[in-house]
Design a protein around this ligand. Structure first.
Ligand SMILES: *[C@@H]1O[C@H](CO)[C@@H](O)[C@H](O)[C@H]1NC(C)=O
Ligand SMILES: *[C@@H]1O[C@H](CO)[C@@H](O)[C@H](O)[C@H]1NC(C)=O
Ligand SMILES: *[C@@H]1O[C@H](CO)[C@@H](O)[C@H](O)[C@H]1NC(C)=O
Ligand SMILES: *[C@@H]1O[C@H](CO)[C@@H](O)[C@H](O)[C@H]1NC(C)=O
Ligand SMILES: *[C@@H]1O[C@H](CO)[C@@H](O)[C@H](O)[C@H]1NC(C)=O
Ligand SMILES: *[C@@H]1O[C@H](CO)[C@@H](O)[C@H](O)[C@H]1NC(C)=O
Length: 439
């Protein structure tokens, strides 16, 4: 009887509609100045170790500027739009990088680097971003993860006493909004939670797996073992969320995002427990993307950013899921023409489930559609005049006229393979041609 009731509850829950937002890479820039242009990262002060002598411009950009991180006005604009779309979503996912790219290395007004002052700027940034959630969505559950710009130094995880204080700070700020969370948060900033609709969330701190981390940390292996045990223990399916995904960014980069050992371990875990995973979500790239998990029906869904730092238009994503139909709408704000534009998955691909195997198959057969995908991923399809040449240079670092077959391979291979050696083999070992870029 108890079993029957449980089964009934589970099936009622899974038939329920779920509406939620994914917002990521807000990169709120606490030092943003509207009258400083992008060569100075929209700052009136310099950056430690870089030769910048900021001078102001008359061309002010109160809502944000391409190639700069977000002013508060832009972050707030995204939240206003989210609230207009649905003031009462089931939950909101925040997939990391709340903090701007150079906050931890800003010089002060005197031109001096003051690490302690910058740490306080990082913490103030978190407070301000969290206030956006409590202001616009006071009753909504938040599920945040930590990104590579969220520490006190890019890609490095605060350690020792500093690390404990850092996690305590985030725990105090976030836990009232998260609700139930496992005590693993204080161990390494990762945790599991359960949402109102009864969904299991496994929220990773994928900074531990990054190729940029200076020391191999014991928490990386512990976290992956914990992921395995969570999937094993959960009766119902789980959703895995993280900032940096294990694959290779479409930009080519020339470098994998995760250390190879962790990619292998992650793949073996998600392959073994594929029937227990419903979705895997990531941020970090600043463009809407997907990566198939080889040998499974799973994919990692990568989300557009609020920050226009890579010349992309700002955006966020709104999901509507139920058992049989799944869709999302991308909301894109065109910084040039100042307005919101929407594109739904179902409209773009004529599919009623988020089947990226199917999307991949369409894109691999139709070059026009692949180019539309690329422009869409950067939120650039809202400006009809934008040429493939511009999009390729921005998004791939490649020349549309002379590097067409390489560009096509880079796009399709990074959708197909998570392990770097497989990606390289797929593009034909042309590593030297690709430029890297720091996310
Ligand atoms: C730049 O903006 C600040 C306020 O944000 C203002 O105080 C300053 O006068 C402006 N400078 C120029 C050159 O416009
Ligand atoms: C900015 O505006 C001031 C006052 O209108 C003008 O003197 C100056 O030439 C302008 N600077 C630029 C770079 O246009
Ligand atoms: C915005 O306008 C500038 C100047 O007209 C143009 O160069 C650029 O391609 C436009 N779009 C984006 C997304 O930057
Ligand atoms: C996704 O579509 C492919 C065909 O493109 C199909 O083989 C596969 O079963 C579909 N997956 C799911 C989960 O429906
Ligand atoms: C390729 O995609 C474009 C854009 O979606 C579409 O207009 C065209 O009909 C497709 N071509 C084929 C051969 O399916
Ligand atoms: C691409 O290559 C062509 C031919 O070499 C050149 O004319 C064009 O300027 C290049 N485009 C870009 C964006 O560099």
């Amino acid at each position: 009887m108890k079993e029957l009731i449980l089964t009934l509850i589970v099936s009622i829950c899974s038939a329920q509609y779920l509406n939620f937002f994914v917002v990521t890479d807000i990169h709120y820039d606490i030092a943003y100045q509207q009258n400083y242009s992008y060569p100075y990262l929209c700052h009136s002060v310099g950056i430690d170790g870089e030769k910048l002598n900021p001078v102001p411009t008359n061309d002010t950009a109160p809502l944000g500027r391409y190639f700069c991180d977000s002013p508060m006005t832009l972050a707030a604009l995204a939240f206003q739009q989210m609230k207009a779309v649905n003031p009462n979503p089931d939950f909101i996912l925040l997939l990391g990088d709340s903090v701007a790219h150079f906050t931890s290395t800003l010089l002060n007004q005197q031109g001096v680097y003051d690490k302690e002052a910058d740490k306080n700027l990082v913490l103030s940034t978190f407070t301000k971003v969290t206030q956006l959630f409590t202001k616009y969505f006071p009753n909504t559950q938040l599920l945040p993860v930590i990104g590579n710009n969220d520490g006190f130094s890019d890609y490095q995880i605060p350690e020792g006493v500093e690390g404990t204080n850092y996690l305590k700070f985030l725990y105090n700020l976030w836990s009232p909004l998260i609700g139930f969370m496992t005590d693993t948060f204080m161990k390494g900033g990762y945790y599991a939670s359960i949402t109102k609709g009864g969904l299991n969330f496994i929220c990773l701190n994928s900074n531990y797996f990054s190729t940029h981390i200076k020391l191999p940390l014991i928490e990386a292996d512990e976290q992956l073992e914990w992921l395995r045990s969570q999937l094993q223990a959960n009766r119902a399916k789980s959703i895995i969320i993280m900032h940096i995904s294990p694959g290779v960014s479409m930009y080519g980069k020339g470098d994998p995002d995760w250390d190879n050992d962790y990619v292998t371990k992650f793949l073996s875990i998600v392959t073994a427990f594929q029937s227990k995973i419903s979705y895997i979500f990531a941020g970090h790239y600043h463009f809407g993307f997907f990566q198939l998990v080889p040998g499974t029906q799973l994919s990692i869904i990568v989300h557009p950013s609020v920050s226009p730092f890579f010349g992309n238009n700002p955006g966020f994503r709104y999901y509507t899921l139920n058992g049989n139909t799944q869709d999302y709408i991308d909301y894109t704000y065109d910084l040039n023409q100042t307005g919101w534009y929407t594109h739904s998955f179902s409209q773009m691909y004529n599919l009623d489930t988020l089947n990226f195997t199917s999307v991949y198959s369409m894109l691999s057969k139709n070059f026009t559609m692949l180019n539309q995908f690329l422009a869409r991923s950067y939120g650039l399809d809202v400006e009809p005049g934008i040429a493939n040449e511009y999009v390729w240079n921005l998004a791939l670092g490649l020349n549309y006229t002379t590097q067409q077959s390489l560009g096509r391979s880079v796009m399709l291979c990074s959708m197909q393979y998570l392990a770097f050696s497989d990606f390289q083999k797929c593009i034909g070992n042309v590593r030297g041609l690709l430029r890297g870029r720091n996310h």
